[in-house]
Design a protein around this ligand. Structure first.
Ligand code: AMP
Length: 191
């Protein structure tokens, strides 16, 4: 039976726990109050239909990648459970970005009020126009792998067959990633 994404289904999902997918979403911001933007985005994702945030990493101050002539980012990664399809999940995350004032279509490395990327969707590989999972850059970026390693070191990258910990040990990126507070990682309510 195809997934349907009503609230009733989500309650059923929470009790059975057998129809959801575990995913990881990267969060980033470097405009306005970046930390507040990240917190706001996580809360919006957690209250979206068909998605629950299970855990989040600490927040990190990270040196901009690509265009270095801009403010540092705040980044984090959250673990989610979802009954949405990959396309529905992308659509929901883009709706959160738009609701938070993200203007699409700017240059690739431009400053942004909020950026939400699907890193993993279970162990699925997706290669559609406009959606690639695992995110094609995640293994190259310390600002993704460091928070991901904090909450999911033993998750295997399904295309490379290597753990997050293993990817981090091989990375060439040397940009700075500084934890904001070691106490700031958080487990959300039980599903
Ligand atoms: P960005 O400017 O980095 O937020 O890139 C946004 C574009 O990347 C969107 O138009 C998406 O269609 C596309 N995209 C491809 N794969 C992903 C993914 N795994 N997560 C989020 N966006 C993705």
């Amino acid at each position: 039976m195809p997934f349907s994404s009503g609230e009733q289904e989500l309650i059923g999902l929470d009790e059975r726990g057998d129809r959801s997918i575990i995913g990881f979403v990267g969060i980033g911001s470097n405009l306005g109050d970046p930390l507040a933007n990240c917190v706001d985005a996580i809360n919006r994702v957690d209250s979206s239909r068909g998605i629950r945030v299970v855990r989040r990493s600490s927040f990190y101050h990270t040196e901009p990648f690509g265009n270095r002539e801009q403010d540092w980012f705040v980044n984090a990664v959250v673990e989610i459970r979802t009954i949405l399809t990959p396309g529905e999940l992308l659509h929901t995350l883009q709706s959160v970005e738009t609701a938070m004032g993200r203007v699409r279509g700017g240059e690739k490395w431009a400053p942004r009020s909020i950026d939400l990327d699907i890193l993993f969707y279970g162990q699925h590989l997706v290669n559609d126009p406009g959606l690639a999972i695992p995110h094609p850059e995640l293994h190259k970026r310390r600002f993704v792998l460091i928070p991901l390693n904090e909450i999911a070191p033993y998750v295997i990258h399904p295309a490379f067959g290597v753990s997050i910990k293993g990817l981090l040990s091989r990375i060439r990126d040397e940009s700075l990633v500084k934890i904001i507070s070691e106490e700031s990682s958080q487990t959300f309510g039980t599903l």
